[in-house]
Each structure stands twice: as C-alpha cells, then as structure tokens.
Design a protein around this ligand. Structure first.
Ligand code: NAG
Ligand code: NAG
Ligand code: NAG
Ligand code: NAG
Length: 283
C-alpha cells in the first residue's frame, strides 16, 4: 500500500516532467550552413572536411579551412539534440567527437550530452582513450565506478600480492544540481537514473576520439564459448545455450531497469515500472 502511493506520487512527478521548460529545439537543416549536430556524421561534405583538416599541417591552416567566411562560425558550432523520445529506451546520448564534428581534429576535447529517462541505465562501459568529467544539469543520476585497485590483478606476478577473488571495490555517488564526477580513462563506470523524472548530463572528454567499450557485450563476444565459460568460473555457472541467449540479449548503450514481477502485474495498465531501493518508478 505504501508502495502504491509512492507510485502515484512518482507518476505525477513524471507527468510534470513532460512539461519541462528545458526543451531542446530540433535541428532545422544540414551542416555546415547551420553548424553541425549529432546527425551529420554521414554527409559527404563532412568527410571531405575531415580529410582536409587531417592533411593541414598547422593550426593556421586548419583555421583557414574551418573559418573562411568571418563572422560565420558554423564550422565550429555543434548542436546537441534531445532525442530522448525515440522509442521506449532508457535514454540517448548526443555525442560530438572528431567523427561528426571535424573542428575537434587537432584538439584534445570531445563532449557528450546525455538524456536519461526514468529508470534509464547507461550500461557499464569505459572510454579507452579519454578521461570523462560528467556533470548532472537536470534531474538526478547515480554515478558508479569500479576501481582499478585490484590486488593481484595481473595474476601471479613475482613479488606482487596474490590475486584476491570476489567483487572489485565500487564507489558510487548521487549526482544532481550540477554535481560532477570524474570517470578515469579506461575504467568501468555506469550512470543510472533512480527517479521518475528525466535527467540531463553534460560530459567532457580529454580526447577528440574517446571511444567506448561496452563491458558486457565486449566480454560475451569472446569466442569460442569455452573462453567465456572458463573465464566466469566454468560451465556449471551457465551452459552454452544460455550463453547464446545472453549474447543476443545484451542491450545497446541504454537499458531500462525493470522489475519483471511488477511489469507483469501492471501490464494491464500498458505502463512499465521499475523498482529502485524499494520505490516503484514509472518508465
Ligand atoms: C527531452 O524531450 C522530451 C520530449 O520533448 C522531454 O519530455 C524531456 O523532458 C526532455 N529531456 C530533457 C533532459 O530536456
Ligand atoms: C537524423 O536524420 C535521419 C535521416 O535524415 C532522420 O530520419 C532522423 O530523424 C534525424 N534525427 C535527428 C535527431 O535529427
Ligand atoms: C566550412 O568549411 C568548408 C571547408 O573549408 C567551407 O567550404 C565552408 O564554406 C565552411 N562553412 C562556413 C559557413 O564557413
Ligand atoms: C554502491 O556501491 C555499493 C558497493 O560498493 C553497492 O552495494 C551499491 O548497490 C551501490 N549503489 C548503487 C546505487 O549503485
């Protein structure tokens, strides 16, 4: 009963969230006349611009290529689009890297703006070439980081401590109101929206080509099966058919954390719910 009243409160908050004043306008036209956005990575002009910039020997040359028509700054502007509404997903990320924003070529920065729906999970991942500094601008997220600290992590190394089994320590923190968190280069981390309202973050990277490695998908892609089965403690833990099933069900970057029993119980209402810390949230 307590849970149900929490549910209605949450649903009410979520509805208010729909009327949020923070709405990003959809883009009007293609780059470069209006600047770049997260949807321009396929255009032939963009490919040509990238090659020209890579071949330019110095910064002066690159600036001449990017800004031939002062005061027009279109080639150094990027519009991050809120496309949270696409499908029933946990959220979306608008990312600018040298791949879709050539002006970043020759710099050491990239940027992501993330729109995370209620219960949305930006699944455990790492950036092989960049540190990330993520700040929550609207709503609330939990940032989680698996520490590199892992006694004996290299195995049985002469003169080093022996490997210790069990989970590697994790730190996590609730981020809201412009609170930021550092996710060091190459380390496994995730963000989760534990509330009924959408959340928004901005994240800076110190590399224009940060990359992203999905931890679960990457691990379960190892072949043959015995590699994965041995790495997780032997075939008794999981059999080959379960493994095949797992490989095909690993989500893309965003997942929605849903409690199956509640989904079933509430399916008549054609709504999805998730639970977090005993609270029921509507998705
Ligand atoms: C994104 O847009 C949707 C639909 O317009 C809106 O409900 C949501 O609040 C927006 N999210 C953010 C973080 O601005
Ligand atoms: C990106 O471009 C495709 C193809 O033109 C279009 O269908 C899609 O709606 C665009 N997405 C955004 C976020 O503008
Ligand atoms: C952007 O760069 C390209 C390549 O140099 C150039 O042709 C184009 O005019 C530039 N756009 C603007 C608006 O200056
Ligand atoms: C935070 O970390 C602890 C372990 O360090 C874990 O038990 C807990 O579930 C984590 N909380 C979240 C919200 O991830």
């Amino acid at each position: 009963m307590v849970k149900i009243s929490t549910l209605s409160a949450c649903a009410a908050i979520f509805m208010t969230g729909l009327a949020s004043p923070l709405m990003v306008m959809p883009r009007q036209e293609d780059a470069p006349s209006s600047g770049f956005d997260s949807n321009t990575s396929q255009s032939p002009q963009l490919t040509a611009l990238k090659h020209a910039l890579v071949e330019a020997p110095g910064y002066g040359d690159r600036q001449g290529i990017l800004l031939p028509n002062p005061p027009d700054a279109s080639n150094i502007t990027f519009t991050f689009i809120n496309n949270t509404v696409t499908g029933n997903t946990g959220g979306t990320i608008a990312l600018s890297t040298l791949n879709n924003f050539p002006a970043l070529i020759g710099t050491n920065v990239a940027m992501a703006v993330g729109f995370v729906n209620p219960c949305g999970l930006n699944v455990p991942h790492s950036h092989p070439r960049a540190n990330e500094f993520l700040t929550v601008i609207q709503g609330e997220l939990i940032g989680g980081l698996i520490l590199e600290l892992n006694p004996g992590g290299f195995g049985e190394v002469v003169g080093e401590p022996s490997p210790v089994p069990g989970p590697i320590p994790q730190v996590n923190v609730t981020l809201s109101n412009y609170k930021g968190m550092l996710f060091p280069q190459g380390e496994t981390h995730f963000q989760f929206n534990p509330t009924c309202e959408p959340a928004l973050f901005a994240a800076a990277f110190d590399n224009s080509d940060p990359g992203r490695t999905q931890i679960a998908r990457n691990f379960f892609s190892n072949m043959p099966d015995d590699v994965v089965l041995s790495a997780i403690g032997g075939a008794e833990t999981i059999d080959a058919s379960q493994l095949a099933q797992l490989r095909n069900s690993i989500p893309t970057p965003f997942a929605v954390v849903i409690e199956d029993t509640w989904r079933e119980a509430l399916s008549n209402l054609l709504l999805s719910y998730c639970t977090y810390d005993g609270m029921i949230l509507r998705v």
